[in-house]
Design a protein around this ligand. Sequence first.
Ligand code: FPP
Ligand code: ZN
Length: 467
Amino acid sequence: MASTSSNETVTQREQSIVLEDVKLMYTIFADVPPKTKHLMLELHRSNHMEYLLRGLQQLAPSFCALDANRPWICYWILHSIALLGESIDAGLEDRTIDFLSRCQDPDGGYGGGPGQMPHLATTYAAVNSLITLGDEKSLSSIDRDKIYRFLLSMKDPNGAFRMHDAGEMDVRACYTAISVASVLNILDDELVRDVGNYILSCQTYEGGISGEPGSEAHGGYTFCGLATMILINEVDRLDLATLLDWVVFRQGMEGGFQGRTNKLVDGCYSFWQGGIFALLQRFHTIIGESMTLLDAGQANCADSPQATGESDESDISDGEESLDRTSSGDEACVIQQGARIISKGDGACFFQPGVNFGNVDCKSIDGLAEREPLFNSIALQRYLLLCSQDPGGGLKDKPRKGRDYYHTCYCLSGLSVCQHCWSKDEDSSPLPGAVLGPYFNLLEPINPIHNVVLERYREAQEFFARS
Ligand SMILES: CC(C)=CCC/C(C)=C/CC/C(C)=C/COP(=O)(O)OP(=O)(O)O
Ligand SMILES: [Zn+2]
């Protein structure tokens, strides 16, 4: 996966096609009689399960596809199934564990397939898959001593990690190494040494984090960098106020998130960007302190739903109105903290970057983080259910795109973040108002740092604490 090195701005035409597609979906939704709206907002659970199981069963007989991504495919499918609260049968589980064991290198770490060179990304995917399967056989198949040696061998003298032997060094490598070490309970000072300095050198002038120093801030890397800083206990070294400012404006009028400034929304960023909010909400005290350093005097959205605590039910029932308001720059901040879109008069719209967080009522940020999410969770759920869902099973980037396992995994992960981010603590069930559509849409909660279902994470924690 290449690093983002330049800001390839999308054309107004590309942007307006997406807005038109999304607007069409929301207009259809707005025109449906109120009593049947919930049918359109339904999560097609059984079709998603069928799509996911078919994928795993096709992979499982020999797991002999030729690509170097097979542990990833396992993770995307298994995690999606776990998010839906389902499991796979014992035979399929055994075959999956055996396959992942064959991907384990004799010197530690997992490759993309049996006999392939160990790689940090596939090691992360394999470990998360085995934690998601979750029983004794699965967890004990991981050779932690060898993984520790592999992680150490990927560490550069500057403290950062390389994806594989002589491979690229980036924030993703730091995250996958530290996430795996933490969840397996093998994280130590040697692995942590100077990782924080590297992540810090990747925080850009926009506030987000790039893949490597000097590149462009991106949601995927910002998630990785922030999660890593939390795991190594150095999160307070980041400029959280500008990071929050950056991520808040990555939510578009479509309700979905873009990965970086001036790019299109995409369902997978529901997790990479939405997950950042889930992480930040744990640190609302720190964020609250950072916010007081900003000039709250600019606050001009005091009547916004966030500031007043009003629900945005009107946005839920009338998507068209929400999108139409994009043509009014004055009203943009009333809708949510998402990026402003300015009408060019010909109907084409673009994101306006660089709006200061002072536009939101900063003084109450600390309180808000406890009460409601710092992004528009309902608008994101609406984007996911109406624009990113294939009713025949699977989820996708945006309306004209096809489904795939990567987007199914990260759209469902983002949906779970949305549903659970209103809860006061990890263990309380969301109130019905937090879940868009029927309550039956509710997914399992995740541990947002590792992106595994919370219950499986806790079981793994317990297992690796005693073994
Ligand atoms: C754990 C792990 C491996 C994390 C990976 C995180 C992640 C998603 C990083 C983003 C990588 C990247 C350069 C995307 C840009 O693609 P693009 O230019 O096609 O998309 P864009 O237009 O949306 O930016
Ligand atoms: Zn995507």
